[in-house]
Write a protein that binds this ligand. Structure first.
Ligand code: SAM
Length: 387
């Protein structure tokens, strides 16, 4: 907490929420991801949330099948995973690929911002057979240019966001200051001059608070600057801008997770809760295009996994009445269920140098929904135009 107070005082009494979120998640002493190697995972309720690779082995199995198809047809030798968490996905994908015997990357590079998570990943990778473990490496920074299949599951939502508050006279930046008792408090500032906000913000009424994903946009641009030939598959919860800025979401999408509970006060005991925001996929697609990448597909997680053959992989793993099969079926239900992860979670594919459309988007591609012009007939702020 003193770290935050000092930082705010040194900055003249106010820091942007993106700076606050960065410190609360990634500061080496204070940050949630820096301090708590148990933050994610499926161990007896000790973790704060559970992600798709931890939830069901079918997630990694289906992705492995996609990677094998793409890797062999594009003659790519490398997978790069951003924000690998516990390394559950990396380890499971490598085991699945080795078992299938069709295609194995010569290198599986992990880019991970948190040193504590990197340590945890090294321990998990050390449990792999040597033939697989030796393929895994960690990149401190991106090489000038690299060809690869790129993965990121729930990484974009963990990147710091700026906050916007719509006052009577227009949009302000919401940041963090200190009250007279030295406690953290919300505080609004004028936006920096020349700042261009997304058009769909006009849909939100006065009083709204929402997010601006500047860091994640920077990540997409950086991917575009460094990725040569390849495809990136980014899984996360979120919406296109028009849905993101629907008046029903006038409170924004910032959420905190602590001990499998969700709360909405990111200023409460910083460093002890995860803080996330839903992803504005229109902004991600625009940033990728600006950096010269093609948008190859955008759909729900359920549609992607079904197109990619999850059900073909499920059948042979099921045995009637067996407890393991029931667990498998329940995991698949969570991955695909409309009211679980199937619809809220999306997959955005971007890439360069691909001539064929991606089979995993053959049905249900929603790329057209990413265009960020306001919905036809969008009324003034406060007029719902979508349901
Ligand atoms: C919510 S966790 C998801 C972990 C894992 N992908 C999974 O699905 O279980 C977010 C991960 O992304 C990492 N991360 C956040 N920002 C990053 C960035 N800019 N580059 C690389 N890793 C990042 C975090 O440290 C953490 O490991």
């Amino acid at each position: 907490m003193d770290v935050l107070r000092r930082e705010i005082a040194a900055a003249g009494g106010w820091i942007g929420f993106d700076r606050y979120m960065h410190l609360a998640l990634y500061h080496p002493g204070l940050g949630y991801y820096a301090a708590a190697p148990g933050v994610l995972g499926a161990w007896g309720g000790a973790s704060d949330f559970i992600t798709a690779p931890e939830l069901s082995p079918l997630f990694a199995a289906t992705l492995a099948r996609q990677l094998a198809g793409l890797g062999s047809s594009l003659r790519l030798e490398r997978v790069v995973e951003f924000g690998a968490g516990s390394a559950a996905l990396a380890c499971a994908v490598l085991r699945e690929l080795a078992d299938a015997g069709a295609w194995l990357p010569g290198q599986y590079a992990i880019v991970e911002v948190s040193a504590a998570m990197r340590e945890r990943q090294r321990a998990a990778v050390a449990e792999l057979p040597g033939e697989l473990a030796r393929r895994v490496c960690w990149w401190e920074r991106l090489p000038e240019a690299f060809d690869a299949l790129v993965l990121g599951n729930e990484v974009l939502d963990a990147m710091p966001v700026r906050l916007l508050h719509r006052g009577e006279a227009g949009w302000l930046e919401r940041g963090v200051g200190l009250d007279s008792g030295g406690r953290l408090c919300w505080s609004d500032h004028a936006l920096p001059p020349g700042c261009t906000l997304r058009p769909s913000l006009d849909q939100l009424p006065v009083g709204s608070v929402t997010e601006w994903h500047e860091a994640a946009e920077g990540f997409m641009r950086s991917l575009g600057a460094h990725l040569g030939r390849g495809v990136a598959l980014l899984f996360d919860y979120g919406f296109p801008a028009r849905e993101y800025d629907h008046p029903q979401r006038s409170g924004g999408t910032l959420r905190c997770h602590r001990a499998h509970r969700t709360h909405d006060d990111p200023l409460w005991e910083p460093g002890l809760s995860d803080i996330t925001a839903h992803v504005d996929f229109s902004a991600m697609a625009r940033a990728a295009r600006e950096a010269g990448l093609d948008v190859l597909g955008y759909t729900s997680q359920a549609r992607f996994l079904l197109n990619a053959g999850l059900l073909d992989l499920l059948g042979p793993r099921m045995a009637v009445g067996d407890a393991a099969s029931l667990r498998l079926a329940s995991g698949v239900q969570k991955l695909l269920g409309e009211h679980e992860m199937g619809e809220l979670f999306k997959v955005l594919a971007v890439g360069r140098g691909l001539e064929q459309p991606l089979a995993a988007f053959a049905q249900g591609d929603r790329s057209a929904a990413l265009e960020d012009a306001p919905a036809a007939g969008a009324g003034p702020a406060g007029t719902p135009t979508w349901d």
